[in-house]
Design a binder for this molecule. Sequence first.
Ligand code: SAM
Length: 275
Amino acid sequence: MDDGLPPLREVIAAHGLAAKKSLGQNFLLDLNLTRRIARAAGPGETFFEVGPGPGGLTRALLAEGAARVVAVERDARCIPALEQIAAAYPGRLEIIEGDALSLDTATLFDGPVRIAANLPYNVGTALLVKWLTVENWPPFWSSLTLMFQREVAERLVAKPDTEHYGRLSVLVQWRAKAKILFDVSRSAFVPPPKITSSVVRIEPLNEPVADARLADLERVTAAAFGQRRKMLRQSLKVLSPDAEKLILAAGLDPTARAETLSVADFAALARVFFN
Ligand code: SAM
C-alpha cells in the first residue's frame, strides 16, 4: 500500500501506542489483512469506522477508494497518528475523539453509510445491538463489517436447535442477514488475543421477517432464553399468568424450549403476549 505513510509498527513506536488492555486494544499491523477487511466492507463511498487505533483499517479503507471516512476513537494517544493519515488523504478522513457508545451516530450521515470496525468484543456487541435497534428501518447504515470473537460470530448466524442460538441470533436475523466471511488468527493481532476472531458482514433486510414490535420481541426472547432449559410455559410465566394459553394462541407447543423456536415463532409470541 503506497500511501507514503510509515509502516504501522513505526507509527506505534513514534506515538507511544503501547496497547492498553482496558480499551481492548489488539492492533492489526498487516496492511494486506486490513485491505482484505476493507474490501469486505465495501463497495461504498462513505464509511464509518469505530476504534481506528493506529489506523491500519482506516488506511486500507482510504487506499481502497473510500471518498469519506468518519472515524471515532476513544484513545486520545491515537489522534496524532490518525491526523497524519488525514493529511495524506486530504479532505477524506474526519476524526472524532470520543466514545462510540454515546455518539448519536444516525445523525452524522445524510446518506447510506457502511460501518466497519475491529472492536473489543463487549463494545462491538453493544454497538451492534444499538445499530440493530434504531427506530427507523431500513436503518442509516447499509452494511456492518465487524470483527468479533469467533464464538460471538457464531451466535449471530446460529439457527434453531444449535448450541449458539440465542437472543442475539433472533434479534439479528429478525431484521438483517448475517454472514461469517473469514476467520482471523490470533497471531494477526498485536498483542494476540486469547481466541480466534471472525469478520462478519451484516446487511439490513428491507422489512423484518415477521411482524412484531421490537420491544416486545426483546421481552419475549429475554424471558425465553433467560431460562433456556425450561419449557416455554414455565419460562414465559414472568410475562403473563396466562402464558400457556397465549403460547397455544401463537400456534406453538407450550412444552417446547426456546432454542427450538424460529425467529417467526418469537415474533408470533411477541404479538400474542403484548397486543
Ligand atoms: N482498528 C484498529 C486495528 O484494527 O488495529 C484498532 C483495533 S483495537 C481492537 C480497538 C480500538 O477501539 C482501540 O483503538 C480502542 O482504543 C478503540 N475503542 C475501544 N472502545 C471504544 C469506544 N467505546 N469508542 C471508540 N473507540 C473505542
